[in-house]
Design a protein around this ligand. Structure first.
Ligand code: ATP
Length: 229
């Protein structure tokens, strides 16, 4: 397996305050990796540095054999990282279709394929994003990321605050994406759902990678120590 994303020893700061002290993680081609840890441990900050919304100070972020720090951020975005950000962030006054088309880049993902993954978006194609339910907005956020035809899909708390039945729909879609061979990095708190989709776990604690291993290797004791579940 070859590494698509390789994060090694990154540190990052908010002003003078250090948030990351040495995060390592790898996502291989076709692999689904879950980034986990308690609140405030550095998951979102790690994702922001991977997506170049923040700079790291030490360490390196390599994607598709390119050192992202050496690229301007607009070029880094075009390399193929599709982010589904925490809090969804669609264009509220644009329709479902307009939201999707605004994100589109050439490749195999188009409106029809997104509509096949999320039929509800097709039914609501002319509805403004702000009139969608929370779950539908989340589907739209995932659809937008897919329309960019990413090589790596990153999901930050994609099921947070949603009703159980909608969460199941989103997890089923993530599973389909994984089965289709897409590389995925997912942040979520639900160990049960993650264990169904992820190949490996990476656990961060206080801004440092504290544990990484295959899904089956996370014992109850480790889960309790790092995740408090
Ligand atoms: P959560 O599960 O709550 O989203 P997280 O693991 O994603 O947590 P981060 O959001 O990455 O954690 O936060 C890591 C550290 O950085 C925390 O100590 C947090 O207080 C700090 N931090 C996050 N965002 C900012 C910011 N905009 N300014 C200053 N400090 C921040």
């Amino acid at each position: 397996m070859s590494a698509l994303l390789e994060v090694s020893g990154i540190t990052a700061f908010y002003g003078a305050s250090q948030a990351l002290f040495g995060v390592d993680l790898i996502v291989n081609e076709g692999e689904a990796v879950a980034l986990m840890g308690r609140n405030g441990m550095g998951k979102t900050t790690t994702i922001k540095t991977i997506c170049r919304m923040m700079s790291h100070r030490d360490g390196e972020v390599r994607f598709a054999d390119t050192d992202l720090a050496k690229l301007p951020s607009h070029k880094a975005a075009r390399l193929g990282i599709g982010l589904v950000p925490e809090g969804r962030r669609c264009f509220a006054r644009l329709s479902v279709m307009e939201n999707l088309m605004a994100a589109a880049r050439a490749g195999e993902w188009d409106f029809d394929r997104v509509a096949d993954l999320f039929p509800r978006l097709a039914e609501r194609r002319d509805q403004k994003a702000m009139t969608l339910s929370g779950g539908e907005q989340q589907m739209l956020a995932i659809g937008r990321a897919l329309m960019t035809n990413p090589r790596l899909l990153i999901l930050d708390e994609a099921t947070e605050g949603l009703a159980p039945v909608v969460r199941q729909e989103i997890w089923a879609a993530i599973n389909r994406l994984k089965q289709s061979g897409l590389s995925i990095l997912v942040v979520d708190k639900s160990l049960k759902e993650l264990s169904g989709v992820a190949d490996r776990y990476v656990v961060v604690e206080k801004g440092v990678t504290a544990w990484t291993g295959a899904v089956g290797d996370l014992s109850d004791e480790l889960a309790d120590r790092y995740l408090g579940v």
